[in-house]
Design a protein around this ligand. Structure first.
Ligand code: C2O
Ligand code: CU
Length: 475
């Protein structure tokens, strides 16, 4: 057996975790840059010590015996091969969120592959065109399976990683535990579907109650944030610090302070931050989550050690080299509108489900509450909402005609976020998941260069379940 990527990666990880001299430009000659990374990934029931040792563990499902699963690391431009084994009592698939994979590797049951039965296996193998922070998760009954813990992070390293002292991955998640400490079994609850989704009552970072992060004055840390929650949106504020957003959904963006000094990260999204530790030895600074103002809380604290790493401030963090994404040609682009409707307090009176027009009450009785262009997504394969010509540029006008937030995710591509409510965005971010506020319209643009049937859905997984899902066909 060749050494598994997981073991190599642990060594790489340790190397990264050591303070390295800044500005000594990453390791130019990393061995194995082009060699395929091989990973064995097993999905199985696990005991998750969400509240730490000394508290009863929670029955969960995980990859690699842990929740979240292992951080898979590979270098941009290399190939990843994942030998996936299903040791769960249920069928499942693995989706590589944000990675521009060939359609057959996208992990969507009944659309791109059959479900992997209990005891079955499937090999996922694809190139990694883009560097950045990605993640993988179940795409079968995701509202239940992702909530149970089937999620992990895929870090695609830049060929020349930007210099930082340290890197941390924070998988943000929440869990709904019942009084007896078990994972509440009300998956697909009708109230959750028609409202904000399954918001949990226990927030974790990397599958544990958040713990303070020891830091040193002068340190520069790259924080890779991943929101793996079913429904909870996070809005992080770093007291006394000014983190810079350097990538969104894996793709580099001009380093900038987040709007309102709050890093908003919706389910499915990733944000890479560069945090310069400018506090003084011995200080404690809260990292708060203020997204739901009436339920704001401190996630954790930055805990300064007694000894500084350096006293001089560092020069500004340089932009990360862009990923090789095809630039949409707006002059020739065709615009398609996608109107999202439904939910409580909405204006949706009815929509079609499995070809049948149905009223809102009847939809709700079928566990549905949302529509895209008048169609409610049923079980699996259905007709595409849009058919796009391969290689052409398109603008998608995403119209949120509801009273709720929706992070809309398109598989297999990244798109530029052009306008919000008609106003051009300052940074034209590349994203694969874009958060729409209630009643907001977001225009995004892309080149339809990846052929196949691709999911487009809300990443609030109860909304996806409740019908907020469509197929974009590229032929
Ligand atoms: Cu991360 Cu279709 O999902
Ligand atoms: Cu939604």
């Amino acid at each position: 057996m060749p050494p598994t990527a997981a073991s190599l990666n642990r060594r790489q990880w340790l190397a990264l975790a050591m303070p390295v001299p800044l500005l000594a430009a990453g390791c130019a000659a990393r061995p194995g840059t082009r060699a395929p990374t091989e990973v064995d990934l097993v999905a199985q029931p696990v005991q998750a010590a969400l509240r730490g040792d000394g508290h009863p563990a929670v029955d969960a499902w995980g990859y690699g015996g842990a929740v979240p699963g292992p951080v898979i690391r590979a270098v941009q431009g290399s190939r990843l091969r994942v030998d996936f084994h299903n040791r769960l009592p249920a069928a499942t698939t693995v989706h590589w969120h944000g990675v521009r994979v060939p359609n057959a590797m996208d992990g969507v049951p009944h659309l791109t592959q059959p479900p992997v039965a209990p005891g079955g296996r499937f090999t996922y193998e694809f190139d990694l065109p883009d560097a950045g922070t990605f993640w993988y998760h179940s795409h079968l009954q995701s509202a239940e399976q992702v909530e149970r813990g089937l999620q992990g992070v895929l870090v695609v390293e830049e060929r020349q990683p930007p210099a930082v002292d340290r890197e941390r991955v924070w998988v943000l998640d929440d869990w709904r535990l019942s009084r007896d400490g078990r994972l509440a079994g009300d998956f697909g609850d009708a109230h959750d579907i028609a409202h904000a989704g399954r918001i949990g009552n226990l927030v974790t970072v990397n599958g544990r109650l958040p713990r303070d992060l020891p830091v040193r004055r002068g340190e520069r840390i790259r924080l890779r944030l991943v929101n793996a929650a079913n429904a909870r949106i996070f809005g992080l504020r770093f007291d006394g610090h000014a983190p810079q957003v350097v990538a969104i959904d894996g793709h580099p963006v001009a380093p900038h302070a987040p709007a309102g000094d709050t890093v908003v990260i919706a389910p499915g999204m990733r944000v890479d931050l560069v945090l310069d530790c400018i506090g003084r030895p011995g200080e404690r600074h809260a990292v708060g989550d203020v997204f739901y103002p009436r339920a704001a809380y401190d996630l954790l604290r930055l805990a300064y050690e007694d000894v500084a790493l350096r006293e001089q401030p560092l020069p500004p963090f340089p932009p990360i080299a862009p990923n090789p994404l095809p630039e949409p040609d707006l002059a020739s682009a065709t615009t398609h509108a996608l109107r999202f409707e439904g939910g409580m307090m909405g204006r949706l009176h009815g929509a079609s489900l499995d070809g049948k027009p149905m009223g809102m009450m009847a939809l709700m009785r079928s566990g549905k509450a949302w529509a895209v262009n008048g169609v409610v997504a049923g079980g699996h394969v259905h007709e595409p909402a849009l058919t796009l010509e391969r290689g052409r540029s398109y603008v998608l006008a995403l119209v949120n005609d509801t009273r709720w937030h929706h992070p809309i995710h398109l598989h297999g591509h990244a798109f530029r976020v052009l306008r919000r409510n008609g106003r051009p965005t300052a940074l034209r971010e590349w994203q694969d998941t874009v958060l729409m506020a209630p009643d907001e319209r977001v225009d995004v643009a892309l080149v339809a260069d990846n052929p196949g049937d691709w999911m487009l859905h809300c990443h609030i997984l109860e909304h996806q379940d409740g019908g907020m899902m469509a197929i974009v066909r590229i032929r």
